[in-house]
Ligand binder design. Sequence first.
Ligand code: HEC
Ligand code: HEC
Length: 230
Amino acid sequence: MKRIYYIYFLLATISLANASNIDQSKFDLGKQVYEETCISCHGADGKAQTNMKFVVRPRDLTKTLLTEEQTYFITQNGAHYWGAKADMMPAFKYVYNETQLQAVAYYIHNHFNKNLKQRVKKVLQKCDLTSIKNDKKMAKWGKKVYKRNCSWCHGKTGHGDGEATKNPVDSIYPYDLTKTLLTKQQMFLYVKYGGHFWGTYKDDMPSWKKKYNDKILRSVVEYVDNTIRK
Ligand code: HEC
Ligand code: HEC
């Protein structure tokens, strides 16, 4: 008898675990919001409408590096609030309530971007993550590499106003790094693999993995985190 109870208990927890995997009503609400609004720019498959002639095109949401929470933040206040130079990704807090915005972030992460964790894990496995803390030489490198490479687009103080943005013909929209919501690890992955790998349409933010090793790239990120966004 005891044994049977045990089996029942086991089955019950398994089915509970399965059921709690996905919150169907949240998912459905998110889908509804997505199909009402986001779909016009990000597309039915989340991979973005590439025929739109925006100065900055919508991103491929199957490749975004953002977590569900960060997706919510960007959707709530718009990308410009978090450093985007252009204002093409609107703030939706004036259109939807918090429950709807949380639901659409939930939908994106459980539908289009289900593999985010695995994807990040896979690339991190190939990275050198040994500590660089308190290494004066590395800190110096970070500053030097930023000045030499990044400031051309992101500007000396990181406000996204470098020389490259002053070309009126071929406009480029680097982020204001004082406002970025990316974690240090995300910044490192963004810098190493470049924007396109993480869902931008163009390749304006290049991949630096051929030019610098991981320690140096991480030291640039330390510099951005310590000095630019503080
Ligand atoms: C008018 C077109 C448009 C609509 C509508 C729109 N987006 Fe966007 N979205 C963009 C553009 C353009 C970007 C890229 C912004 C940039 O980098 O400057 C973007 C970026 C994003 C990002 C950031 C991705 C990343 O990896 O940084 C998220 C998340 C996002 N959109 C979610 C949504 C959601 C959710 C909706 C619906 C509520 C939505 N968008 C509706 C155009 C749009
Ligand atoms: C040729 C211009 C250019 C150069 C050089 C450049 N970037 Fe960028 N960067 C961009 C653009 C444009 C974006 C906006 C998103 C995109 O297009 O990928 C961006 C986005 C970023 C982001 C993402 C911010 C966010 O909140 O999503 C980080 C972090 C970043 N750059 C760091 C760096 C660092 C560090 C360097 C130097 C090693 C650098 N960039 C060099 C153009 C550049």
